[in-house]
Design a binder for this molecule. Structure first.
Ligand code: GLU
Length: 519
């Protein structure tokens, strides 16, 4: 059994988006490829920003993709609880340990006092307005106030926070697996609050304490957390845990499709693609359609996300979850931002949809038709699926493109009518309709032979009749093989549709277009 333990540690402050999902996937794949454990920890210490439903949403999204976790608030595990709001005593204990060791201190400054400090520093044109080794000496904290006064204030319930006592001159270095050595000087950091006045820890304290206690070996998370990492390293140092500190890998940013800046929900909305894994309605009632509901398959999203920041090397782009569980490695995570190319996701979807058994797609189409009150035979549904499966990107395209084979066209594409319909076309189709009514059998070959005969008589080629034939049968200008369409419609329906079009369509006086369709 490997000792690798990784975690996905989302804050339930909104819907998990595609970037968070990628972090979850990379952690999962890394755990799998190392026979390690994948932990889900809910970081809900910022109580003011909690969004109802956001935690359930995380499970729903992971379940949809089949990303199984080994330990979580729901499943429990050896290091439970896994929800930070249930671990407050633990954080309190560690914060107190730092206070006792003089690595942290109580600060009683009110919001007004903090603002006054910032104003003072601004007026003095100081480089920054931080609460730090220089400014802390003039503030109201346990480093400046007499010990008995501090005790009294605490006993009297004066609100306080606990701040980290960041050393003035210390180098903080760590090696990020993706970015290499990161070096920061402690003078750039401020005395971060680690315990808030309500008794809740801040992210930094809770995150480091939990990663340590939960024996996390690798931290794999988004690049936006890179600036926090030096502070975390310092916390590990303060606690004396630096030797067993997890290894960091910060994943590259996900960029807009044109590579110009970070991808946002607004970009996705503007360009009409999803950003959330499954449907989400935010607390203001704004609804966003998920990848799942838009028709993307889990296989697609896994493959797509895996390549959004991880370069397998070589030409191969199609990776199943099984492949990835074996092949994934931190060494191939790329440093530069990953462009979000929705066309690529569509391409994957088309591929994975084609791999689905005809039965599965037929069941889907059958159910979709039923929902519209349309019944049909299994055979016909299957034929439609076979006809369309190479032409669709999403399962719902089956209904959209296939509906016409179950219901006669209610209208005809007027542009196609204008360009392709005329008296001669109507007359040839009429002859065709009459000729096939005599056929005792029916399939695409018979349909083809009959049409050929009629065309020979008229002295026409196939290309001249096919657009009008398609228009009459489907109301449209484009679509799959017409002979197959006639086979699946059946002889009677083919005749009915032809006659209906001939009666209904106003022939335009002359042939205005000689665009021809190939057989
Ligand atoms: N709670 C943080 C988040 O929401 C976790 C960051 C980390 O993985 O350390 O993403």
């Amino acid at each position: 059994m490997s000792s690798v333990r990784v975690r996905f540690a989302p804050s339930p402050t909104g819907a998990l988006h595609i970037g968070g999902l990628r972090t979850a996937l990379y952690n999962y794949l890394f755990a799998k490829s190392n026979h390690g454990k994948f932990v889900l920890r809910i970081e809900d210490t910022d109580q003011a920003r909690l969004v109802p439903g956001a935690e359930d949403y995380i499970y729903e999204a992971l379940d949809w993709l089949g990303i199984a976790v080994d330990e979580s608030p729901r499943q429990g595990g050896d290091f439970a609880p896994y929800r930070q709001s249930e671990r407050l005593e633990i954080y309190h204990k560690y914060a107190m340990q730092l206070v006792e060791e003089k690595k942290a201190y109580y600060a009683f400054d009110s919001a007004d006092e903090l603002q006054a400090m910032r104003n003072r520093l601004k007026a003095a044109k100081a480089a920054n307005q931080q609460y730090n080794a220089i400014t802390r000496v003039s503030m109201s904290n346990s480093l400046t106030l007499p010990a008995n006064q501090v005790d009294d204030m605490i006993a009297n319930g004066v609100p306080y926070v606990i701040r980290l006592k960041i050393p003035l001159k210390e180098d903080i270095r760590f090696e990020d697996r993706v970015r290499g050595w990161v070096k920061v000087h402690s003078s750039t950091l401020d005395d971060k609050v680690i315990l808030k006045s309500g008794g809740f820890p801040t992210y930094h304290l809770a995150n480091v304490v939990d990663d340590h206690l939960m024996k996390i070996t690798h931290v794999i998370r988004g690049e936006e957390w890179l600036p926090s990492a030096p502070l975390h390293v310092l916390l590990y140092r303060f606690f004396g845990w630096e030797n067993s500190m997890p290894e960091f890998s910060h994943l590259p940013l996900i960029l807009k499709p044109d590579g110009n800046g970070k991808l946002s929900k607004r970009d996705a909305d503007k360009q009409g693609f999803p950003i959330y894994p499954v449907n989400w309605t935010d607390p203001q009632g704004v609804h966003s359609t998920g990848f799942r509901e838009s028709g993307y398959l889990p296989e697609t999203i896994i493959n797509f996300l895996a390549l959004l920041g991880w370069n397998p090397g070589g030409e191969l782009e199609l990776f199943s979850r099984d492949d990835l569980e074996k092949a994934f490695s931190l060494d191939r995570i790329v440093k530069s931002g990953a462009k979000f190319d929705i066309d690529k996701a569509r391409w994957f979807n088309q591929h994975y949809l084609r791999q689905k058994p005809v039965e599965e797609l037929s069941e889907y189409l059958s159910a979709a038709l039923l929902q519209q009150g349309l019944h049909s035979s299994t055979d016909k549904i299957r034929m439609v699926v076979e006809l369309l499966r190479d032409r669709i990107v999403f399962p719902q395209d089956l209904l959209e493109q296939g509906r016409i084979y179950f219901v006669a066209p209610a209208q005809y594409d007027q542009q196609v009518v204008n360009k392709k319909w005329n008296r001669e076309v109507a007359s040839v189709l009429n002859q065709f309709s009459e000729s096939i009514s005599a056929c005792s059998q029916w399939n695409h070959e018979i349909a083809h032979n009959q049409l050929e005969k009629v065309l020979e008589k008229a002295g026409w080629g196939f290309g001249k009749i096919l657009p009008g034939l398609r228009l009459a049968l489907t109301g449209m200008g484009k679509g799959p093989d017409l002979m197959k369409i006639m086979e699946l419609l059946g002889k009677t329906e083919t005749i009915e549709r032809l006659n209906h079009a001939i009666e209904r369509l106003e022939p335009i006086p002359q042939s205005t277009n000689d665009d021809q369709e190939k057989t």
